[in-house]
Design a protein around this ligand. Structure first.
Ligand code: G6P
Length: 614
């Protein structure tokens, strides 16, 4: 939530900051702003997207030749999205400016004390309070900017990544992080601070991922220093980014979401790369190898995640219990962390997160760690907080996912979870050699089968056109396809704003059937071999009430073809891996419907890609 970027160097800062904001816009997009320093501090901000800020700045006609500045794209927490609440915020004297991603939880008592001392605030934000607070400490105690920031942050409770600049020290940028990401980019005589590496990669691949409690000061003379909140000098390691600029561009597609859907044959193959070989008969994950005995003997697996990652975790419950026979539970991270869960040292905890920065998932990891469980991270973003906080783990290698609605990360997560289940099933002696090899061979066919489904895009687009005006939609699936029904419904509501619900097929009779009429599309995932007859009955029940049935079926299915209004065929595959195929038409369906309804598919209203606040 919220993207921040700052620059100090010899180049013109504004275009770098603006381009950086566009790359970070997936993190929030209700208002944006920029502060430029040239001895004088100039702040320009605007409600709306980064493009609105760009128009606003050019309409002002200001000189933009500054070589230092910072910028912010906002996802509102405290205060509605408007020009005043947009960042940067400044101190009472207007000398100091700050941008912030996170929430200052104790801002109210700090604000009250400041108001009592005569401070006047213009916005409703917690961030403006921090600006006044830092400035007051700095002035009262005659401190350097970094020292004032450090002292202020020692009194602050909450999550933050901040960048602060100050007219009194016009050649210095100070940043700090606690539970929200901040990356330092080190170029030739230039420095960057940003929420992720995407604004930086064009200029340098040398980065330092700041740790919680780090306060960094960067000066134009070319040095930077990082101290912890307790004032100890830190010596972090400089990492090399393994990211290419074309990975963060649309590559000829009209939207990131469509690009990411169509990348899936490749991204799923990348997730499997070097981890499976059906000819030699093995599936192994490096992250599990060193602890495999401990993991294989776990009494219970608990998966924790949010959003689409939680749906991937639900599929893992089926995979781990079916293929490895280990009792498995799935928890929303936000519930898990607050409900005093029973966690023992014999539990194996898996945290799933595309971004690796989701606040609740990160907090769940920290909680499980305190209780002594072994924690595994399944993460996409390299070097992210969850990747660093977990004991061991696997990257899913899906590459940057920029569309707010997750697609390729989901299929890569499920691929890695399937590999884990196969590995565990083999080590625990649950899977017979011949069945094990059959499953391996089947999993290896997923990329080419996904490509075959993608080739049906025109048909899916046609069906989307037929149901685009619906107000509600129901998604049904059984067994492995129940979580896919949830995911299909989530995709539709996220980007098209059609109310949609996912249900296990049998549960339809316990409520949703009351909603079915001729205006209600019911998307049924009917590829299962087990419970096939039951899902056919569900379809008949929908048709008896005049519902419109769109069925995802296995190629060659003749029975459902005669019952459903529309069918989308997907190739046959071993049942545990059907979610990897059955979700693809649902992603495309949501995409086309959203587009036909004039929605912004990459930046749906009110959402953000990375939920770094509670
Ligand atoms: C947000 C995103 C979703 C994502 C969820 C969890 O809601 O819009 O696409 O599934 O966060 O994010 P994570 O990065 O932890 O997978």
């Amino acid at each position: 939530m919220c993207g921040i970027v700052a620059y100090l160097g010899n180049k013109q800062a504004y275009p770098i900051l603006l381009e950086g904001l566009k790359r970070l816009e997936y993190r929030g997009y209700d208002s944006a702003g920029v502060a430029l320093m040239n001895g004088e501090l100039s702040i320009m901000k605007k409600q709306g997207k980064v493009a609105d800020l760009e128009k606003h700045v050019s309409s002002l006609g200001h000189d933009l030749n500054h070589t230092m500045g910072m910028a912010h794209t906002r996802w509102a927490t405290h205060g509605i999205p408007n020009d005043i609440n947009a960042h940067p915020h400044s101190s009472g004297d207007g000398n100091l400016a700050i941008i912030h991603n996170g929430i200052i939880e104790n801002y109210a008592p700090i604000k009250k004390a400041l108001v009592d001392r005569g401070h006047i605030f213009s916005s409703d934000t917690d961030t403006e309070v921090l600006a006044h607070f830092i400035q007051e400490i700095k002035e009262k105690e005659n401190l350097s900017l970094e020292e004032a920031v450090r002292r202020a942050l020692n009194k602050v409770i909450g999550a933050y990544a901040i960048v602060v600049i100050d007219k009194d020290e016009p050649n210095k940028i100070v940043g700090a992080r606690m539970s929200s990401p901040l990356v330092l980019g080190i170029g030739d005589d230039e420095y960057f601070l940003a929420s992720d590496a995407s604004p930086i990669i064009k200029y340098t691949n040398k980065v330092i991922y700041l740790e919680d409690g780090d306060v960094i000061s960067i000066t134009r003379e070319g040095n930077y220093q990082i101290r912890s909140l307790d004032n100890t000098v830190q010596n972090p390691k400089v990492s090399e980014l393994d990211l290419k600029i074309d990975e963060i561009e649309k590559g000829g597609y009209p939207h990131y979401m469509l690009k990411e859907i169509f990348q899936q044959p490749t991204t799923i193959a990348e997730s499997m790369g070097g981890r499976i070989n059906s000819h030699e008969g093995w599936a192994v994950l490096g992250g599990m190898k060193q602890n495999i005995n401990r993991i294989a003997q776990s009494e219970r697996i608990i998966l924790t995640a949010c959003g689409t990652s939680w749906h991937a975790a639900l599929i893992a419950e089926y995979l781990f219990e079916d293929l490895a026979r280990i009792p498995t539970e799935v928890e929303y991270a936000s519930e898990f962390r607050y409900r005093n869960p029973i966690i023992s040292q014999d539990d194996f905890i898996i945290a799933l997160s595309q971004s690796g920065e989701t606040a609740d998932t990160l907090a769940a990891v920290k909680l499980a760690k305190e209780k002594g469980a072994l924690i595994y991270g399944i993460v996409n973003a390299i070097g992210s907080s969850i990747a660093r906080e977990t004991d061991c783990g696997s990257y899913i290698h899906a590459g940057p996912e920029i569309g707010v609605a997750s697609t390729k990360a989901f299929t890569s997560q499920v691929t890695v979870l399937a590999l884990m289940a196969l590995y565990l099933g083999k080590v625990r002696g649950i899977l017979q050699e011949s069945y094990f090899r059959q499953l391996l061979a089947s999993l290896e066919t997923v990329p080419s089968k996904v490509a075959r489904i993608l080739a049906k895009d025109d048909k899916i687009k046609y069906i989307a056109g037929e149901i685009r005006n619906a107000s509600n939609a129901l998604y049904l699936g059984r067994g492995y396809n129940f979580p896919v029904a949830l995911e299909g419904a989530l995709k539709l509501k996220e980007i098209s704003y059609i109310h949609a619900e996912g249900y296990p097929g049998a549960e339809m009779k316990h409520g949703p059937i009351a909603l079915i009429d001729m205006y209600m599309p019911v998307i049924v995932i009917a590829t299962n071999k087990s419970a096939y007859e039951k899902i056919v009955s569900n379809i008949q029940e929908v048709k008896a009430r005049k519902g419109v049935v769109i069925a995802i079926v296995t190629e060659g299915d003749e029975i459902i073809k005669d019952l459903a209004d529309y069918i989308i065929e997907i190739p046959e595959i071993e049942e545990p891996f059907t979610p990897l195929l059955s979700v693809i038409p649902l992603q495309l369906l949501a995409y086309h419907i959203a587009l036909m309804r004039g929605c912004n598919v990459d930046q749906p209203r009110n959402l953000a890609k990375s939920v770094t606040v509670e």
